[in-house]
Design a protein around this ligand. Structure first.
Ligand code: 13P
Length: 259
């Protein structure tokens, strides 16, 4: 299975020129890793349309979507609108949206359904809740998992990419501490076991489950060396061309060793 590296640019960079340089820089080198990794860039909404012209070997994702298909929802963007801009993925349930914008599990659930109806792949973060401690993560992850998949049937659950992204490991959170590779692997396998209770075990084994939180070129090996960590969701380091390239490359290298 290919590794999946997703860049969450959050509310960065400031200009389309900076965004274009980040994408074109990657595009030049993507052929080196294409067989082993998929790379998805999730820029702010306003860059989706222009970047769709520069992204060929990289894929495009969004950082949010409305749960509604259309109508009076000021400031929102629908899943079908995202499809117009070559968007294939949408990050949902991110800690920052939960913390600063009051996003709840039931909103995430409705947004997953909106994505699936539009044939967009939901990238669903688990592990974000204000004040969540390391010791509480299993109960938090299983609670969020059960809430966000409510009402979904097996064939829909299979289409979700889950990410274990503990809020305390996100680099920009006050007092953050990165997780270790062992911890990330343990929780990815924990999420896989939750999924396996809902769909066939062999299908759960085939699903891509990622880790996110302070992944950078200095620590990427500690995550990439675990075969069951299927990739990473990267924030700050994805805005630095060389740093992000090292992350992609390390996953490609590890995947070659193990294939
Ligand atoms: P950092 O990589 O900056 O910790 O951000 C992680 C994140 O929030 C990705 O969604």
């Amino acid at each position: 299975m290919k590794k999946l590296i997703i860049a969450n640019w959050k509310m960065n960079p400031e200009t389309i020129e900076q965004a274009r340089l980040l994408v074109t820089g990657l595009e030049h080198r993507m052929h080196q890793v294409l067989e082993k990794t998929d790379v998805v860039i999730c820029p702010p909404f306003t860059f989706l349309a222009p970047l769709s012209h520069y992204s060929h070997l990289t894929k495009i994702g969004a950082q949010n979507v409305s749960w509604a298909a259309s109508g009076a929802f000021t400031g929102e963007i629908s899943a079908n609108m995202l499809k117009n801009w070559k968007t294939q993925f949408v990050i949902l349930g991110h800690s920052e949206r939960r913390l600063y914008l009051g996003e709840t599990d039931s909103m995430v659930n409705a947004k997953i359904i909106a994505c699936l109806n539009a044939k967009l792949t939901p990238v669903v973060c688990l592990g974000g809740e204000e004040g969540a401690l390391k010791a509480d993560m299993k109960s938090l992850v299983s609670k969020q998992f059960l809430q966000v998949i409510k009402g979904l049937d097996k064939k829909h659950i299979e289409k979700i990419i889950f990410v274990y992204e503990p809020i305390w490991a996100i680099s920009t959170m006050k007092g953050s501490t990165p997780a270790t590779g062992e911890h990330a692997e343990e929780f990815i396998e924990y999420i896989r076991s939750l999924v396996a209770k809902k769909i066939a075990k062999d299908r759960a084994a085939d699903m891509q489950i990622l880790y996110g939180g302070t992944v950078n070129r200095d620590n990427v090996h500690d995550f990439a060396r675990f075969p069951r960590i299927d990739g990473v969701l990267v924030g700050a380091s994805s805005l630095d061309r060389d740093n992000f390239w090292e992350i992609i490359n390390e996953f490609a290298r590890e995947s070659i060793h193990k294939s």
